[in-house]
Write a new protein. Sequence first.
Length: 254
Amino acid sequence: MTLRTRLMVFVLLVLTALSVVFCTVAYWKMSSALEQEIQNEIKMAADNKVSFVSEWVDSRQKIVGSVLPRFGTGDLKPMLDQARDAGGFDDMYVGQPDKTMTQFTGAAPVPPGYDPTGRPWYLAAKDAAGPIASPPYIDAATKRPIITFAQARKDGGNLVAVAGGDVTLARVVQEVTAAKLPGEGYAFLITGEGDVIAHPQKDSGLKKIGEVMPGFDLGALAKDGQIQEVTVDDATSLVALYPVPKTSWLIGVV
C-alpha cells in the first residue's frame, strides 16, 4: 500500500469518525430537545388543570360563605336560591344550633326529626377556622361523585349557623379528562388517599388509583410535579403528581 493510499484511508477513517461523533451529538441534542418539549407540555397541561380545579373549589367555598353575613337579616331561602344558582349547586342549606334546617326553594324536604347538628358537614365546619370540603362521595340518586362545601359563622365565639352546599364533580371530571398529552397521555384527579375523582377510565369514580392503574404506587411517588418513570399495566410511562391548593387532592399526568 502506497503512502498516498494510506493517507487517503486515514483521512476517510477520520471523516467517518467525525461523522459518527457529529451524528451522535446531533441525535443527543435532538433527543434532549424532544424530551424537554414533552416535559414542558406535561407541565403546562398539569398547571392548567391544577389552576382550574383550585379556582373551582375556591369559588364554591366563597359562594357558600357568602350566605353567612346575611344570616338573620331576612328570609334565608332567597339567599340560598341565589347562592345555589351562582355556584351550580344541587342543594344549599343552613343548619342552626337549635337544629333548624333551612333549604333552598324547591329542595326535597329533609325527613322529620332531621338534626343538622349531628351531620359530618356541620361538625367539620363547626370545628374549622374557615371553609371546609368533604371527601368526595357517590350520590345515592345520581351515582355521580359529589362534594359538600360548608362554613360556620361564629359571633363572639358562639356558633350561630353553618351554611352548606352539595355539588356534583361532573364539571371537574369533564375538564380533567379532556386533557390531551403527548403519546396518548392523559390527566387524572385523586384524593390524597388515592381515591379517584376523575379518570378517563369509565366507572372509575372513587376506586383506588392502584385498582384503576395496576402497578401505580401512590406512596412511592413524589407529589411535587417531579416527572418520574413508573410501570403501569406492564408498560413504562412518565408520571407526575401536582398538589391542588386548598384541597388534599392531586392532579396526575401520564
